[in-house]
Design a protein around this ligand. Structure first.
Ligand code: C2E
Ligand code: CA
Ligand code: CA
Length: 260
């Protein structure tokens, strides 16, 4: 079948959600957060959780963030999604006083001080909530005003939140920008995970980030870990935390994590 034929359009429609579908889910309250554990590399036990957005379609099926965050960034709807995710995350922190959560925000939100005002309003400035929130940011071309973004980050820090730089090594954030941001946590992109168990460029990259982070007092997360062998290899490289399907799917309902 030629490219752009009927199958291509069905696949495109299935993968990329439309503005109407996203707006309708926002209106109907059909967004939720799922949690994926981030484990200590010595204990292999959950230290905190990453919150990932999910959207329920009218037919009941659930769509992953990767299907709607990109389109929402292009259409400008991502601000409303990040705002909803924040409400859901603060509700989780209130319901589960032992939880620490990492929440993603779009690079478009990293200069939106309304998001910080909303955080302040939702938590009533409670340090108890704020110090259990880690805000994950990714630098992309969308960050045009770096000074404003650095002020955004400093404000969150002063409020008591921690900052994680997401997907480091994927090509969005340079080493010099990492040093300027000086995050609490560096998340090493999952594309380096599989190569960490053998000598080569991927392991060299991992070792370089871990060494730099030690020197700068950043914690590290190895992302995208899918097997025990990879987990052991990455733990041996000295990362602080690890995350991936091997340790837990992000699609367990929150209730499953809190059930005794
Ligand atoms: P991310 O922050 O890098 O999140 C990791 C993505 O990889 C998630 O996809 C997760 O389900 C998936 N993943 C987890 N472990 C593994 C693994 O071992 N192997 C592989 N291959 N994948 C794994 P998801 O949930 O579809 O999210 C995609 C992206 O959407 C996220 O990438 C994040 O950038 C963005 N996102 C998620 N929630 C939000 C949100 O509330 N706001 C914004 N602005 N972006 C969000
Ligand atoms: Ca993330
Ligand atoms: Ca990531």
């Amino acid at each position: 079948m030629k490219a752009g034929g009927p199958l291509a359009s069905i696949v495109r429609r299935y993968q990329n959600m439309t503005d109407t579908e996203i707006e309708s889910a926002l209106r109907r309250g059909q967004l939720s957060l799922v949690l994926q554990p981030i484990v200590g590399s010595l204990s292999f036990r959950p230290a905190f959780y990453e919150a990932l957005l999910r959207l329920q379609m009218p037919d009941g099926s659930i769509r992953r963030a990767q299907d709607f965050i990109g389109p929402a960034e292009r259409s400008g709807l991502v601000g409303a999604l990040d705002s909803r995710a924040l409400e859901l995350a603060i509700a989780l922190l209130s319901d589960h006083p032992a939880f620490e959560l990492a929440l993603n925000i779009s690079s478009l939100t990293t200069s939106d001080f309304n998001w910080i005002r909303q955080l302040d309003t939702l938590t009533l400035g409670s340090r108890g909530h704020l110090r259990r929130l880690i805000v994950e940011i990714t630098e992309t071309a969308a960050i045009t005003d770096i000074d404003r973004t650095l002020t955004f980050i400093d404000t969150l820090r002063e409020m008591g939140c921690r900052i994680a730089v997401d997907d480091f090594g994927a090509g969005h954030t340079s080493r010099s920008m990492l040093l300027r941001i000086a995050p609490d946590i560096v998340k090493i992109d999952g594309k380096f995970a599989a190569g960490a168990s053998m000598p080569g460029q991927q392991r060299d990259f991992f070792e370089g980030v871990v060494a730099l982070s030690r020197e700068m007092h950043f914690e590290t997360v190895g992302e995208g870990i899918e097997s025990e062998a990879t987990a052991q290899a990455i733990a041996d490289l000295g990362v602080t935390y690890m995350q991936g399907y091997f340790f837990g799917s992000p699609d367990n309902p929150v209730a499953a994590l809190t059930a005794k």
